[in-house]
Design a protein around this ligand. Sequence first.
Ligand SMILES: [Mg+2]
Length: 297
Amino acid sequence: MNEFGLIERLKVFQNLSPEVPVGIGDDAAVLRLDARRYQLLTTDMLVEDVHFTRDVLPRQVGYKAMACSISDIAAMGGLPQTAVISIGVPGNIRQGYILQIYKGLHTCARAFGVSLVGGDTVRAPKFVINVALLGQVEKKYLVLRSGARPGDSIFVTGPLGGSLRSGRHLRFIPRVKEARFLVAHFKPGAMMDISDGLAGDLGHILRASRVGACLQEQAVPCYPGVNTRQALTDGEDFELLFTLTPAQSARLAARGPLSPLAACRCIGTITADCGRLLLQGADGRCRRLAARGFVHF
Ligand SMILES: [Mg+2]
């Protein structure tokens, strides 16, 4: 069973009250707050020897743990606010290691205005760190994965690929500024952050929105030394993937070089062909692309 198969099976235990408009299946859960705003809630866990090893600087592990959760709040169009941190600590770990982890958490939290307000510490066979994060979003700015429509253009906020190999996954900047500018000036149909790889994560939008997509191979922005296949599947990019109507994309295309969205690239189009992901090459030929990215399980 893979990660997503398991999540599907676990959904039967989800009990949503009327206070929860959106539960499992988006970047964060959406909770009622007041007439104008929703609360957002997300949680993310990093486990030693699954997501990181002991030779990675603990400060970087802490930074990443916080940044992953912040990225999920950004993907809903929201602002991150309050976090609780839980850690599992093996007996053979030094206190200095844990303090460095918290230094990284604190650095990232402070940079994004997140308050650290509590948590839990337990003994565990491997080092585990979990960040549960609350955020807020104005109702009119909330973006889900389910709002992509045929004819929409597909965008990413920056170049992709090679994040694990280059170490960029330990120091990425969550796209809060970009997301907030986007929701304030445009109306994205669907949005999520790219954690498992562009192809796999776009697959989530296609399923949630019951649409298909055709990506232009040459349009996918790649980091230097990265080929398109790696950009499609490597994962851990934490750029935002979003859709805009043709009229809105024309407006985005007219942006200046100083816009917070200057690095955004249009990479393809949403189609009515439900669930089908195509990649159109330079020769104009379309190939079917498996909507499968990096699976952490
Ligand atoms: Mg996400």
